[in-house]
Ligand binder design. Sequence first.
Ligand SMILES: *Cc1c(COP(=O)(O)O)cnc(C)c1O
Length: 394
Amino acid sequence: MKVNEHFQNLGQSYLFTRINQLVAAYQKEHPDAQLLRMGIGDVTQPLVPAVVEAIHRAAEEMGHAETFHGYGPEQGYPFLREAIARYYAAKGVEVSPAEIFVSDGAKNDLGNLLDIFAGDNVVAVPDPVYPAYVDTNVMDGRPIRYLNGTPDNQFLPGPPDFHADLIYLCSPNNPTGAAYDREQLAAWVEYALAHQSLILYDAAYEGFLEGSDLPSTIFQIPGARRCAIEVCSLSKTAGFTGMRCGYTTIPLELEYQGASLHKLWGRRQATKHNGVSFVVQRAAEAVFSPEGMAQTRQALGVYRQNARLMADTLRELGIAFWGGIHSPYLWMRCPGFDSSWDYFSYLLENAHIIGTPGEGFGSMGEGFFRLSAFGTPESTRQAMEQFRRLHAKN
Ligand SMILES: *Cc1c(COP(=O)(O)O)cnc(C)c1O
C-alpha cells in the first residue's frame, strides 16, 4: 500500500488546527485568562425561531411511520431547491431548481468538486485566500499559480497575464472582507470565456451584501452561466455552521470538451453522496421563508454592528484596515509587527484576544491580521476595550 504522496506537500497542519493548538497551550498555562475569540469564523447567534420551528415539525414527521423519510434524493429535496431558485429570482437571476445541488456545506463541495476536474489543470488562487482552496488542490497535485492581493488592488486581484484552467474567487472575501463590483467580475468572466477556464465562485458571505449594489451572485454577470459554478452556504448567514447545509449551482449549459459539468457532478454525487438530512433541509427551507429571511437579517445585523464598532476602534487608533462593511471580517495591518504570527502571540498574551495571522492565508497575508465580527456584542465590546488599552499606549 502506498499513501498519496501529494500530502507531503501540505503545510504542517490546517491553519485553524494550528491556532487551536497554540490557544490550548496558552490556556493551559493561564487557566484563569478569559480569552476573546475573534479568530475562526464561527458564528454566535443562535438559529432563528422560524428555523427552530421547522426542525421541530420535521422531527415530528420523522417519528411517525406515515410521514417518516428515509433516503432522500442525492441532489436535495425539490422543496429546498425550489426555495433557493426563488432566492436567486429575487436577485434578478434565473436559475432552475434542476441546476441546484443541496450539500452538507460549502467546504465539503469545494473539495469534492475537484473529483470532476483533471489533475493537471492549472489553478489560479488569490493570495491571501481561504486555505481550503489551496490545500485541496495540493492533495491532488495540481499546479497552483497565485494572484497577489495587495493594498494597491484593494485585495481584489484581476485576471492574470497567464493561462489558468480553474479560478477561485471569493466575494465578499475571506479573509480580507473585500468584495468585487460588477465591472471587476465582468473582467473575470470575459477572461474565463476567452481562456475556456472555469470560475469556482464562493459566495458563502453573499448575505452580507444586502443593501449594497455589489453583485451577490456571479450569475448576475452576463456570460457567467457558460464559465462558472457557484458554491454557497447557510453557515455564516443563517448560523448553520453546526447544522451543515449549503448548495452548489451548476448551469445546465456549462460544458468543457463536450462534457456537461452538471452531469459529471450529478454522477459523482449519486455515487459518493447520499443527500443531506431531511430535518436539516426543512430547516434550510425555513431560512428562505419570509419570516426566516426577516429574522436572519436581524441576526446578521448583530455582526454588522460588531464590525462597525471594530472599524471605529481601528480608525480611532490609526490602524490601517480593509473590509468590515459588507463582510464580517476586518483585515488590518499588524501594528508594529512584521510577522503576523508574532502579532498573534502578542495580542493573545497582552489582550487575551484570539485573531488570525494573515500569513495563514498565504504569503501575501504576512504583516496583516484578520479579526472576525462573529462574536457576541458583549465579547466584541470587551475585546475592543482591551484592544484599545493595548494599542493606545504604543
Ligand atoms: C466558512 C467558509 C466556508 C465553509 O462553509 P461551510 O458551508 O460551513 O462548509 C466556505 N467558504 C468560505 C470562504 C468560508 O469562509
